[in-house]
Design a protein around this ligand. Structure first.
Ligand code: Q9C
Ligand code: ZN
Length: 672
């Protein structure tokens, strides 16, 4: 199952024919540099090339009015002056004799992508198109957009494949108001958009781009707006919104298909967005969406006007779609104050509609809504009221190459357990030497004399070393003594190699756990073991009664606790341990495994007890990057579990900034 790439040079064959400072950034080179970068990096060759087609009238009429379509149809025959006059009817857009043709190809490209994914020809894909789509409305071109490519694709997919739920993620830095208007009363399409807003001072300056536009009638709750009120937002701000809003809501919604309005004007260097997110953040955003909808994801280009960061961001996205390991998540320092304010407002606005947000504190409305009132009255916010977040610096390092390891996944398995396809059976060829053996024996088997178990530890140590040298990507080991294997592997990474290791345990509380005193080890342990112990920053017991069988509660803990903590910690290795009595259902386990692949450049080592061999094949499949099966729409998590997760987030959010969701600290105790 591959990745589709849809591109046609024809879409570079229109451009601005007169002087217009607003439109001059929307140039044909946007597409050529993006495509060239995919070719040069070898990514294009690894994709399945799918031809574009023209969207038909019928396709376009799924979203647009007949009058508008007929009007656009006339543009190829207009004189330059006619085109200029026609253009004036709309906002921030230009027409050209060939743009109608290109707009049909852009919408048709999105439909070809949907067809390729829905028929199983590919798993996912990206369409590089011009003109973009998300600003165009039923009867109006707008913001460089002529036809709403993604909105048309969503209606088309629903109709042709009888889909019940479609998620549209709009990470372009502008609000896709056209998409919002199209689906605001439709509960079958969940629209998420973040956008530069600056309290309505940024284009398109709409009141309805704010966080309180949550959808209408039957669609109430299915429109999620995340307004950025400052420029200079960073990777932390973006990932924080994903962990604390988009992903919980998306998992609860459980889409059959994910469409991405993939605009890259949200990346650093963009003259429109003025944000500070690095191009490799798109690898993480993409990865985090790839376990939804069984991996069915279609990314369609929208904006992106910096001809350096645009192609870098496109490459990061496509490389992730292809399944290559994610880049490290370095330098996440937590969301800024303005982002936290936004996060809090959005969560509060959506709390009535999504169980996963039901514990978000009610909005203390004073602060933010006052600012809005001031603006609508035309008063400027007081000078010096708050520090101005500085705009992006114009320079950033080129994202480092993401080199897939020669062995994607290796497994340490007892004789008699078959090694799954595409996975390499791992046995250590090198002699560890008597000193290592003595040390292992002394540390882990002082009393016993179990040669087989000792051999396993030697093998695991070798496997961990190979993973950290990127000779092996991920690994799985079936062992007889899980605690010893865990302690050995964790200590080897932290103490011997001096690297950070994230240990995630699911199941019964274990007696032997690696020490976390060194700050190199973070231990997150999901179990039914009740514990109110105030552990330090590096040890996080998560008590889920009924052994994690509350899937919504478990996912809540994974998305809003484990992931942000993991991203901020930025480990070199993840040790994922399934201990005896692990009651988490198979599909939740698979989601966990898949999501953790976004950390440590995909270096996850799964440890399981020998008797768990029935989980080997599915776990290996996740480690290889295959999408996890969907969980189904999630019910409300158990209140106890929500409270447990909230308590832990509160306890740790001064240390782990990515756990924060408010500016005020705890709503109950007033602590900050
Ligand atoms: N500086 C897309 O990214 N001009 N369209 C805004 C404010 C319109 C952007 C002027 C920008 C349209 C698809
Ligand atoms: Zn944009």
């Amino acid at each position: 199952m591959g990745t589709a790439l849809i591109y046609d040079e024809e879409m570079t064959k229109y451009k601005l024919l007169w002087v217009d400072p607003v439109c001059k950034i929307e140039v044909p080179e946007r597409l050529t540099v993006s495509h060239q970068a995919l070719i040069k990096s070898g990514l294009a060759d690894r994709c399945v090339s799918v031809p574009v087609r023209e969207a038909t009238d019928e396709d376009i009429l799924l979203v647009h009015s007949e009058e508008y379509l007929e009007a656009v149809k006339k543009t190829p025959y207009m004189t330059l002056e006619d085109l200029q006059v026609f253009t004036l009817k709309y906002g921030d857009v230009y027409f050209h004799p060939n743009i109608y043709h290109c707009a049909k190809l852009a919408a048709g490209a999105a439909l070809q992508l949907v067809d390729s994914v829905m028929t199983g020809k590919v798993r996912n894909g990206m369409a590089l198109v011009r003109p973009p789509g998300h600003h165009s409305m039923r009867s109006a071109a707008n913001g460089f957009c002529v036809f709403n490519n993604v909105a048309i694709a969503a209606r088309y997919a629903k109709q042709k494949y009888d889909l019940k739920r479609v998620l549209i993620v709009d990470w372009d830095i502008h609000h896709g108001q056209g998409v919002q208007y199209c689906f605001e009363d439709d509960p079958s399409v969940l629209y998420f958009s973040w956008h530069r807003y600056e309290h309505q001072k940024f284009w398109p300056n709409l009141r309805e781009s704010d966080y309180d536009a949550v959808g209408k009638d039957k669609g109430v709750g299915f429109n999620v707006n995340v307004p950025w009120n400052k420029v200079g937002m960073t990777n932390s701000d973006f990932l924080s919104i994903f962990c604390h809003i988009l992903l919980p809501v998306a998992y609860e919604f459980c889409p059959d298909l994910v469409l991405v309005c993939a605009g890259f004007d949200s990346a650093i260097g963009d003259p429109e967005g003025e944000m500070s997110a690095s191009p490799d953040v798109f690898a993480h955003l993409t990865h985090l969406l790839m376990n939804l909808a069984g991996g069915k994801l279609c990314a369609v280009l929208e904006g992106g006007y910096n001809l350096t960061s645009l192609p870098q961001s496109v490459c990061q996205t496509v490389q992730t779609l292809l399944g290559d390991p994610a880049p490290p998540s370095a330098n996440l320092t937590g969301p800024c104050r303005s982002a936290l304010e936004t996060l809090h407002c959005v969560r509060s606005a959506h709390l009535p509609y999504w169980s996963c947000l039901s514990h978000a504190a009610e909005l203390p409305t004073s602060d933010v809504s006052t600012k809005r009132a001031k603006l609508t009255e035309g008063k400027a916010p007081q000078a010096g009221e708050e520090e101005k977040k500085s705009a992006a610096v114009a320079e950033w390092p080129e994202p480092p190459r993401r080199v897939p390891p020669p062995v994607r996944t290796a497994a340490v398995l007892p004789d008699g357990v078959a090694c799954p396809d595409r996975c390499q059976r791992f046995s250590s060829s090198e002699d560890p030497g008597p000193a290592t053996v003595r040390k292992l024996r002394e540390t882990f088997f002082r009393d016993a004399n179990d040669g087989g178990a000792l051999h396993t530890l030697v093998t695991l140590t070798a496997l961990v070393e190979k993973m950290l040298k990127n000779e092996v990507g991920s690994g799985l080991a079936l062992v007889s003594n899980v605690p010893a294997a865990l302690a050995c592997a964790a200590r080897h990474v932290a103490a011997a190699l001096n690297k950070r290791v994230l240990v995630v345990c699911v199941g019964d509380r274990m007696e032997v756990i690696p020490g976390t005193e060194d700050g190199k080890t973070v231990l997150v342990q999901f179990s039914s073991h009740e514990s109110d112990e105030q552990k330090g920053k590096y040890e996080v017991p998560v008590c889920l009664k009924k052994g994690c069988s509350d899937v919504p509660g478990f996912m809540q803990a994974v998305l809003s606790l484990l992931l942000p903590l993991g991203y901020e910690f930025d480990p070199s290795l993840v040790l994922l341990v399934r201990t005896a009595g692990c009651e988490v259902c198979d599909s939740a386990w698979q989601q966990l495994t898949g999501l953790l692949q976004g950390l440590a450049q995909g270096h996850t080592l799964v440890l399981m007890h020998e008797e768990e061999k029935s989980h080997v094949a599915t776990t290996v499949s996740r480690l290889l990057g295959d999408a996890a099966p969907p969980l189904g729409p999630l019910r409300a998590p158990l209140a106890d579990h929500m409270e447990a997760v909230e308590r832990i987030r509160h306890r740790l959010q001064t240390e782990w900034k990515l756990l924060q969701t408010t500016t005020t600290g705890c709503g109950e105790c007033g602590e900050s």
